[in-house]
Write a protein of this length. Structure first.
Length: 367
């Protein structure tokens, strides 16, 4: 089983019923889709930690994603094609636009900027779904809820590494990197497993490639300063010497939060498959995409398409430091060898050819 339930939360006219050439008016469909994955299925066994995941009484692993579909109101005006666009940090944007790039920050929540996309003039059905677990679900962005991985009845613990930057001189820093802050998070993605953590480490460097200087453990703690009082806090770190603006602080600590992050890839796979075989989606003949705008998504998609012998786990980072740089690959950082890079080049060439052909067809329709 893949897509278990699909619940439509809202349906409305796109841009007040504006007509897009021969394709006519579009409508926006938003909702939630629930996935049920069999961890014993060979198609799912490459998802890291799925064998340790929480399961239902039927033995299936479940996750839930937000979705959005933009389709012609009149099915007869649809061209039968489905274009799946990767929601970069959960943002719903249309590719192949002729207009200026939108300012997503200033847009009201739930608004999809058209950017005069050729896909709309061509009668395409465009779809997005949440695939990132570390976003805050809400009207502004699409996200996904995934289960945790357990061993012996307890969440799997591991070391987590994060780079922090101070925007100004201060005594406290939030446990959020730039990506998490842009995604609207206010709490750490991976909260620390306890506040003592004598083996945790904090170092500072002036540049990404600069030499690290270890800060003594007794000089910092998991806390924040408020009104001159230092209070324990699992969402901040405090340092007696303070944090300087512009410098990079690398923190490594233990966390007991272990989400089955790879279910995001399976969500995209199964959602697209469901739409291709759903008469109401209007995607009868062909599918295109995804457009690999999101680097981690593209890396993960290519990684999932190559033989395991091409992947050498445990290199490039200290063993056991999980989700340090590529959180959607698995528990240990993995360095991809040359055969994978060749496969990635081939995949990109094929995508460019398909995109060019799709654009040419859309331009002919507009003309």
């Amino acid at each position: 089983m893949a897509v278990e339930t699909l619940t439509i939360r809202s349906t409305g006219d796109y841009e007040d019923g504006r007509r897009w050439g021969d394709a006519g008016a579009y409508e926006v469909v938003r909702g939630v889709v629930t996935f049920a994955l069999d961890p014993k299925d060979p198609a799912n066994q490459r998802i890291t930690d799925i064998q340790f995941s929480e399961r239902g009484p039927d033995g299936l692993v479940r996750g839930e994603s937000d979705f959005c579909v933009l389709r012609p109101k009149d099915p007869a005006q649809a061209n039968g094609g489905l274009f799946f666009s990767v929601a970069n940090r959960g943002n719903v944007t249309l590719p192949f636009g002729l207009g200026p790039a939108p300012d997503l920050v200033s847009l009201p929540a739930g608004i999809i900027p058209s950017t005069e996309s050729l896909l709309l003039y061509g009668g395409w059905t465009v779809a997005w779904c949440g695939w990132q677990f570390d976003l805050t679900r809400g009207p502004r962005q699409l996200a996904m809820t995934v289960p945790q991985a357990y061993q012996d009845g307890r969440p799997i613990e591991g070391d987590f590494r994060i780079d922090l930057r101070a925007t100004g001189d201060s005594k406290s820093l939030r446990l959020l990197d730039g990506t998490a802050i842009m995604a609207g998070r206010t709490r750490p993605v991976y909260p620390p497993a306890g506040l003592e953590q004598p083996d945790a480490s904090l170092s500072v460097r002036e540049s990404p490639d600069g030499a690290r200087t270890l800060i003594p453990r007794e000089r910092w703690r998991f806390a924040h300063e408020s009104g001159g009082t230092v209070e324990p806090d699992d969402a901040h770190i405090w340092c007696g010497d303070g944090f300087k603006a512009g410098e990079i602080y690398e923190l490594v600590y233990r966390t007991a939060y272990c989400p089955v992050a790879g279910m995001g890839m399976a969500a995209v796979r199964d959602f697209v498959s469901y739409l291709r075989h759903s008469p109401s989606a209007g995607a009868r003949r062909r599918a295109a995409g995804p457009r690999p705008r999101h680097g981690r998504f593209a890396d993960g998609a290519v990684l999932a398409a190559v033989p395991p012998r091409w992947v050498q786990p445990g290199r490039g980072r200290p063993p056991g430091v999980r989700r340090a740089v590529h959180p959607y690959r698995g528990r240990a950082h993995r360095r991809v060898q040359p055969p994978l890079r060749a496969a990635e080049r081939g995949a990109r060439r094929r995508f460019r050819r398909r995109a060019a052909a799709s654009l040419a067809r859309a331009r002919r329709r507009v003309a």
